[in-house]
Write a protein that binds this ligand. Structure first.
Ligand code: UT7
Length: 352
């Protein structure tokens, strides 16, 4: 039977490391000032979120999300031994697209040199921190039906340009970083139910939509953008808004439920699974999930300390980080659980 399998993996983070010591001094151009701009500090950020640093793209107008996605994608293609010209479908998960439309997958296609009259299918998906697992489910379904043979699934974000670098925005601003991760998927003739992509299940609860959002515009209104550049400090549509406590509670509950359901449905146990890779929003969330879902501590992988929350990129970025560190090995079985704005959530079990 045809099953889908991950052929290669890659990730990318920008060079600039912004530490918790530096972030209170950044202005809205990310330039370090001598005077503190935001009332926050390393102790608070570390204790509440586990984050120690995050990465930022240069602020030179040359780093749209598709460029981070391109580097991660090229690394994943090289890892898979697949030529970009073989890609017949791109699925791009992001909440920070290059522009409003067209979708970022189209820009990535051109960056990869594979656009043209016979260019491949390009999907953008909008499931925020759950985007990678939503995309994995789509890719798995496409491959199993024989629709596509070489799918490039990318999660990438540029967050640093849409954060509020003042005390008013500090609850959200300190959490997010820029980064990208990608995988290449293809078909494999295999009857082993624990090979390749073993399981995916995703869902959403739209009643939580306004607990974490970034408006930028409201199409129900005319003019649909109400942005006074002279009064940017007062303009909340430019920045993400979050009810942190509610999101925290739902994240823990949803990821515990999704993890338990994944094990119950597949009949697998932690004996079978090599690594637990949760979405990276807050180390305290992940520690609580590990506790309530009874996940062996040594099997949980986190990378939020180094990169903050990179939304759609966190799962492939975390796997690739620990692969480069020598922990994750080819063929390891991963259980991943995610939760994000929407609310959206899910879990997946797959070999890398
Ligand atoms: O990826 C999508 C999913 N996102 C998440 O899952 C995020 C979920 N939420 C969280 O991770 C946490 O709620 C936060 C890290 C955002 C906040 O942690 P918290 O323990 O819930 O803190 P809080 O919001 O209750 O704030 C406690 C205090 C407040 O001050 P008062 O009212 O007690 O005087 C905040 O104003 O901490 C203050 N505060 C800060 N202080 C220093 C909020 N942000 C900061 C900050 N630095 N950056």
């Amino acid at each position: 039977m045809i099953r889908s399998t991950i052929l290669g993996l890659g990730s990318y983070v920008p060079d600039r490391i912004v530490t918790n010591e530096e972030i209170p001094f950044l202005d809205d151009q990310h330039v370090r000032q001598t005077e503190q701009q935001t009332q926050t500090n390393d102790e608070w950020i570390r204790a509440r979120s586990g984050i120690e640093a995050r990465r930022y793209v240069p602020n030179d107008g040359e780093w749209p999300t598709s460029r981070l996605g391109q580097i991660a994608a090229e690394r994943a293609l090289a890892d898979a031994g697949v030529d970009a010209k073989e890609v017949d479908c791109i699925i791009f998960a992001t909440l920070s697209p290059d522009i409003h439309f067209p979708g970022t997958a189209c820009f990535l296609q051109t960056r990869l040199g594979i656009s043209g009259e016979n260019g491949c299918a390009c999907y953008d998906i909008r499931q925020q921190c759950s985007g990678f697992l939503y995309g994995l489910q789509m890719a798995d379904a496409f491959i199993r039906t024989g629709m596509y043979r070489r799918i490039l699934l990318v999660g990438a974000e540029v967050h640093s340009h849409s954060l509020d670098y003042t005390t008013r925005g500090r609850d959200v601003m300190v959490l997010f970083g820029d980064g990208a991760g990608a995988v290449v998927l293809g078909p494999e003739e295999n009857d082993d139910p624990t090979s390749g992509v073993v399981y995916t299940s995703v869902g959403a609860d739209g009643s939580g939509a306004m607990d974490l959002y970034l408006k930028v515009f409201e199409i129900a209104k005319a003019p649909f953008v109400q942005y006074d550049w002279k009064n940017r400090d007062e303009n909340s549509i430019m920045y993400p808004q979050m009810n942190g406590k509610r999101v925290f509670l739902h994240a823990v509950r949803s990821m515990v439920v999704a993890t338990k359901k994944a094990l119950a449905t597949t009949g697998l146990t932690w004996e079978d699974i090599d690594w637990f890779v949760p979405h990276q929003a807050n180390l305290r969330i992940n520690e609580a999930v590990a506790q309530y879902a009874e996940i062996p501590a040594e099997k949980a992988l986190n990378s939020i300390m180094f990169y903050g929350n990179t939304t759609a990129a966190t799962v492939p970025l975390t796997i690739d980080h620990w692969r480069q560190a020598g922990k994750v090995k080819k063929g390891d079985l991963i259980l991943s659980a995610v939760f994000g704005a929407g609310y959206t959530f899910g879990a997946g079990i797959f070999r890398v």
